[in-house]
Design a protein around this ligand. Sequence first.
Ligand SMILES: [Zn+2]
Length: 553
Amino acid sequence: MGISEVNPLPAHYRCLNCQYSEFKDEDGKEYGATYSSGYDLPDKVCPKCGKPLKKDGQDMPFATFLGFNADKVPDIDLNFSDLNQASAHEYTKVLFGVDNVYRAGTIGTVADKTAYGFVRGYFEDKGIMNKNSCEIERLAQGCIGCKRTTGQHPGGIVVIPDYMEVSDFTPFQFPADDPTSAWRTTHFDYHSIEECVLKLDILGHSDPTQLRLIQDLSHTNVQDVPLDDKDTMSIFSSTKVLGVTNEQIMCPTGTLGIPEFGTNFTIGMVDEIKPTHFAELVKIAGLSHGTDVWLGNAQELIKNNVVPFSEVIGCRDDIMVYLIYHGLKPIKAFKIMEFVRKGKASKDPDTWKEHRQTMEEAGIEPWFIDSCEKIKYMFPKAHAAAYVTSAFRIAWYKVHMPAYFYASWFSTKATDFDIDTMIRGYDTIKERLIDIKNKGFDATNKEEGISESLNVALEMAARGIKVAPFDLYKSKALTFGVLDDNTIIPSFVTIDGLGETVAKNIEEEASKHPFISIEDFQTRCKVSQTLIDKMRAMGIFNGMNETSQLSLF
Ligand SMILES: [Zn+2]
């Protein structure tokens, strides 16, 4: 229907030329029974017109979105570039009217440590010394959970239908009592009203920012990336296609810097599973966002060879789809999925006993039922498929147009830089990385951030891509540039202590006319003496006069 980029139908072929479609093979077996993602289907040409068929479908039952009888309040999540989130929020006022949209309010409560501090502080202030810790603990228990402050959900917009008033549901307020604030929030915590009104989640995400930058730098269209590319898929099980060894890049997979697959936890999962299909990537994303789905559950099943990875439960939709393919009535399969995904199997033993019996009678294997019982929270497949699609596109650039991948990663994902080290190249980067690693828990947050970006820089250097020194006229304020296939150039904002405003000044002034001296640069760009000294030490002003005074003789 064009609502979403993710096609929710079961795996299928369709012809973009003559509209032919195919959901079953010659023997009448549904492709969905074998392939949980259409991108994994083998290539095929259209039997009607001979054109290559499009492979599509992520197999998500309608009921997971709107409920079995279309009676569920749908969870609508829209991910925007974090640079555009505010204007996307603002646009809901145009769509629905300014009095029909409110930021979803939250209520922050007193946590146990804070409560304990309150009680201790009270006694200290009053000079009461003879209270034992049990009494302090008892009084603290009474404070825990009381309202402390109000806040707002990072992306939630509550929509009031036009035939009702906001006050039919909740009072509203300005956040932090600021009547000039652009948004009003619901006074009640949105969890208390979420069953009654629609909430749009309009979230800011860095993947769209990164993809847009890649597109702008490379003049290619990220939507043209083939989602069945074999070389891209191979980085999830090997670093071979990147032309480096695991030792060289100090990482067991080729997924450093790939969203959803680049943290230590997910790199560990990828290393263990060695996925070779898109469906497996979707499942890994589902597993890593769930609670008690991977650790102590699916991980054990695979380790003990009970079932292969392709069968374990990864997303909530997997439960419904699996049960239907194994003969359960769709409504029953839906009810069990809803029960399990909310982690109710461990909280409501009576209902669980009924569901267990239904599954046993249908011949569902014991491992599946046990696995359901352990689950506390499960991710929806629609989210997982959308995130993995972005991740796969980014991974394609990492394999095929690496300079653009690295330039965009440093521009949108990295938080801290040791840019001098990055410019010096592989050996220096490796030394610094080992240096930080050896500090263990003594490493500061900044050093942790630097270590993260140096890990990616090390891989980049191992692949023969260099970071060029700063250039007053080629470097940009906030984003890295690509000089050629093997060279990227850093942004001014990566210089330690140089903020966004000054970085933008430099880019703007450089585009007007050349700097005639360091003095001229300092005045026009409003740069502090400390920064000038730092930049001079980095060799950025090499060959430039100190002052603007011309010698006439
Ligand atoms: Zn055709």
